[in-house]
Unconditional design. Structure first.
Length: 390
């Protein structure tokens, strides 16, 4: 029994030794494998480190190139910006030069057109003068029995009213004739002549246009007629056509409404002025006819009231005439005319306009003007000659 236990114990020890040897051998092999794997990994890591080094070196090289290129691009951009700035400055300068050149060319072209139009107008005026000279001998009204009065109404430096009153003592007639303010004479509107050149130039224009030589003239601001009418106690006027004007000039650059009904109207100075000046709902030619009616009504009122014997009123009117009217006659001479011609037949409503002898156009300044249809005032002269000689 003891021998069996001893054998078992010996066998167990032997198996233990073998197990230890096997485990040792297995551990050693495992260690070798691990070391081999670690060596392989270290080799790979070394290779990767070398590759990373190479890549880093390449990256540094590329970064250097990039920085170099960036510096070159920056310098190039600076040069480009400088060139662009120079180009903009050149373009700006050239643009200003081109604009200035275009402006000068446009002005030169406008001046040339204006000069051509002016020359054409001068040629037209010369033709008119030539025709007038040929016709004046026949149609100049130089009869000593005919007396011509010229009435000028001034407003804001321009002549708004131009009325000729021709008295034919042989025929015992009074003919009123209105000239439109936009009528062109020698390259100017006749409504500019009095303020710029005086009455002599106006008389010259009237003579060339109508053939009438003015004996007496009266030029005054339109408001003077208002004062005059108020001093004689107003006038009576028959209104042929009702007037409604919503754009009549009022105080402080405003507008007021003028409403004058049809029929016989008693007017003070202010009402008469509105009747004479309103034109928004009618034409300038209609207004001229109304102004003739105002003058006729004044003449009738003076005759009716026998003004020459009303000393106080005559004195006030004399003061108005003396201080505010440009004239070559005195009040008492005018009152004498009114008395002498009180029974003469009066012919009103006569105008020179686009319905008979004129046409409308624009001058070289772009202003609206009126010119004779035939290129001369010969037909106007003929008309006026027949008018004043009945």
């Amino acid at each position: 029994m003891k021998n069996l236990n001893a054998k078992i114990t010996g066998l167990s020890f032997y198996l233990l030794i073998i197990s230890i040897l096997i485990l040792g051998f297995t551990f050693v092999n495992a260690q070798k494998n691990n070391q081999a794997q670690i060596g392989a990994k270290e080799a790979k890591i070394s290779v990767l480190i070398n590759e990373v080094g190479d890549l880093r070196q390449q990256n540094d090289s590329y970064l250097g190139l990039f920085n170099k290129f960036a510096e070159e691009i920056y310098e190039s951009n600076g040069k480009i910006l400088e060139i662009k700035k120079n180009i903009n400055e050149i373009n700006s300068t050239k643009s200003e030069e081109i604009t200035q050149l275009q402006t000068e060319m446009r002005r030169s072209n406008e001046d040339l057109i204006a000069e051509i139009n002016h020359k054409e107008e001068l040629i037209n005026e010369l033709a008119i003068k030539n025709d007038n000279l040929q016709d004046k001998i026949k149609y100049i009204t130089n009869d000593p029995d005919i007396i011509n009065f010229l009435f000028l109404g001034i407003n804001a430096g321009l002549t708004d009213t131009i009325i000729i009153s021709s008295i034919n003592e042989k025929k015992q007639s009074i003919n009123f004739l209105s000239l439109p303010r936009d009528l062109s004479y020698n390259g100017r509107k006749i409504n500019e002549l009095y303020t710029k050149f005086g009455i002599e130039k106006v008389n010259e224009a009237v003579f060339q246009i109508t053939g009438l030589k003015i004996n007496y003239y009266f030029a005054a601001d339109m408001n003077v007629f208002t004062d005059f009418i108020d001093e004689i106690g107003g006038i009576n006027v028959y209104v042929d056509k009702a007037i409604v004007d919503n754009s009549y000039p009022g105080p402080n650059n405003s507008y007021i409404t003028v409403n004058i009904p049809k029929g016989k109207q008693s007017m003070n100075g202010t009402q008469a002025l509105k009747y004479a000046r309103s034109r928004k709902t009618t034409s300038d030619f209609d207004r001229s006819k109304r102004q003739q009616k105002i003058l006729t009504a004044i003449k009738d009122k003076i005759i009716d009231m026998n003004l020459i014997y009303q000393i106080d009123t005559a004195r006030k009117i004399y003061a108005i005439f003396s201080e505010k009217v440009d004239k070559n006659s005195n009040l008492f001479e005018m009152l004498g005319f009114a008395s002498d011609y009180k029974d003469y037949h009066i012919n009103t409503g006569n105008t020179i306009d686009t319905t008979n002898y004129l046409y409308s156009t624009r001058n070289y300044k772009g202003q609206y003007i009126l010119l004779p249809k035939q290129g001369s005032f010969s037909k106007v002269n003929e008309f006026v000659y027949k008018l004043v000689n009945n």
